[in-house]
Design a protein around this ligand. Structure first.
Ligand SMILES: [Fe+2]
Length: 302
C-alpha cells in the first residue's frame, strides 16, 4: 500500500463529499482543464436557479426601475459584462442556498480548501453587444502566479450559456501555465485555443483563479443571466465585507460552515491588543463550531 505523506485528514472528508455528490468526473475536469460545468441534475436542487432568476429580476426592478426582459431586452453596451447587481447575499435567503449548495462547496473546497470564504456574490445581465472581453485570469497577481489556486469563480447559468448567447470563453489547461496572458495572446475571437463553454440553464460553471477566460459577445436578442460567486482562501482580502454584518437569523438557519463562508472565522485588522483578543475570540468561536460539526481542521488559528 502506498501512503501519501502529504495527505491531509481533510482530504478523506472531501473525497467522500465528492463521491457522494457524483462529482468525481467534474473535479477531474477542473484539474485537467481548469474549468468544469456541473449539470443541473447535480447543481440545481429544488429549482434553485429558477428561483434566483425571478428574485434577481425583482431586485433589478427595485434598484433600477425596470425589470430585465430576457426575451427582447437590452443592457449596457459599453461593457462586455452588461448590467450588474452587486452585494446580493443578504438580499434574500435564496442566495444563502446558492452559497451552501453542496456541489459548489465541494468544487470550491477542492480548489481553495475548507477555509474558503465568499468574497462577492453578484448577478449579471448581458444583452447583445460587441465589446470584446479579453482573456484574463481572476488571480490579480503579476506572472508568475502560484500553482496552488488562491481563488475560484462559480457561475450559475440562469439562462443558457453557449457561443451565440455570449458564453464565457476558456483556454483549457491554461491554469497550469500559472501566468497571465500577454497582450498578443488575449484575444478571444479567432483564438484557436479559446473555447466557448456550453452550459444549459441550471448548470454551475466553476473555474480555477488562474484559468484564462473572457466572454464572447452575445449575438442573439435577449439577455443572458447569471449569478457569480467569487470564492477565496481566507487569507486573502475580500471584495465584500461580511464580518459582523450577517444577521443572527441567517447564521441560525444555516450550518456552522455558513459562518466560515461568510468570513466570521477570519480575524479582521485590529487596533490594539485588547481589540485583537476580542476579534480572535469571536472568530475562533465560529472556527471551533465548524470543526466540531464537520471533523475538518481549518488553518485559521493564529
Ligand atoms: Fe474574470
Amino acid at each position: 500500500m502506498i501512503v501519501n505523506a502529504n495527505a491531509h485528514p481533510n482530504d478523506a472528508i472531501l473525497g467522500k463529499e465528492i463521491a457522494d455528490l457524483g462529482l468525481a468526473s467534474y473535479i477531474d475536469d477542473l484539474d485537467t482543464n481548469g474549468f468544469t460545468v456541473i449539470p443541473p441534475a447535480i447543481a440545481n436542487p429544488n429549482y434553485l436557479t429558477e428561483r434566483m432568476l425571478s428574485i434577481c429580476q425583482d431586485i433589478a426592478e427595485e434598484r433600477n426601475g425596470n425589470r430585465p426582459d430576457l426575451e427582447a431586452g437590452r443592457t449596457r453596451q459599453d461593457t462586455p459584462v452588461g448590467d450588474t447587481l452587486k452585494a446580493l447575499l443578504l438580499e434574500d435567503p435564496v442566495f444563502e442556498e446558492a452559497l451552501m449548495n453542496p456541489a459548489l462547496l465541494a468544487a470550491s473546497t477542492h480548489l481553495c480548501g475548507y477555509d474558503v470564504v465568499l468574497s462577492s456574490l453578484a448577478a449579471f445581465f448581458k444583452g447583445p453587444e460587441t465589446t470584446p472581453f479579453f482573456l484574463h485570469t481572476d488571480t490579480r497577481l503579476p506572472s508568475p502566479q502560484p500553482k496552488q489556486p488562491l481563488l475560484c469563480k462559480c457561475i450559475y447559468a440562469l439562462t443558457d450559456f453557449n457561443r451565440e448567447t455570449g458564453s464565457t470563453a476558456f483556454v483549457p489547461g491554461s491554469h497550469k501555465w500559472a501566468r497571465n496572458p500577454e497582450p498578443h495572446e488575449n484575444q478571444i475571437e479567432g483564438n484557436r485555443d479559446a473555447v466557448p463553454v456550453y452550459a444549459p440553464a441550471g448548470s454551475l460553471i466553476v473555474f480555477h483563479g488562474s484559468t484564462w477566460h473572457g466572454a464572447y459577445s452575445r449575438q442573439v436578442p435577449g439577455i443572458r443571466a447569471s449569478v457569480h460567486l467569487l470564492m477565496v482562501r481566507s487569507i486573502l482580502r475580500v471584495t465584500e465585507d461580511f464580518i459582523g454584518r450577517v444577521p443572527q437569523e441567517a447564521l441560525d438557519r444555516n450550518s456552522a460552515r455558513f459562518a466560515i463562508l461568510t468570513q466570521q472565522g477570519v480575524v479582521p485588522g485590529y487596533i490594539d491588543k485588547q481589540d485583537e483578543v476580542e476579534k480572535v475570540m469571536r472568530a475562533m468561536k465560529h472556527v471551533s463550531a465548524f470543526e466540531q460539526e464537520s471533523g475538518v481542521s481549518l488553518p485559521m488559528k493564529r
